[in-house]
Write a protein that binds this ligand. Structure first.
Ligand SMILES: [Zn+2]
Length: 99
């Protein structure tokens, strides 16, 4: 819940471009800078998550005797890991690229 005082607070400048946008807190980025940062971080997140998925599939291929059911499990786990790793790497990359 926002207090009535918070709405009277003047907007803080964006930490990167200095543009004053309503709803931006001190040290935060404006929506434009956030989108730009996300655009720069996305390729790295894509590559790393793809490599992780390939590693999981490669490990399962070489180390686990695969039956028809376990193949489906491996595929599911590889896809789930890809999305999870993409999300994590995206957050980390955005924090690192900010500096
Ligand atoms: Zn900005």
């Amino acid at each position: 819940m926002r207090s009535s005082l918070a709405s009277l607070e003047p907007p803080a400048p964006c930490a990167t471009c200095g543009q004053k946008v309503a709803g931006v807190k001190w040290g935060d980025l404006c929506p434009d800078c956030k989108a730009e940062l996300r655009r720069r971080a996305m390729p790295l997140a894509r590559i790393i998550s793809f490599v992780v998925a390939l590693l999981i599939i490669g490990y399962a291929w070489l180390r686990i005797p695969l039956g028809p059911v376990s193949r489906i499990w491996v595929a599911g786990i590889a896809i789930a890991a890809m999305f999870l790793v993409r999300k994590i790497v995206l957050q980390i990359a955005m924090e690192v690229l900010r500096k």
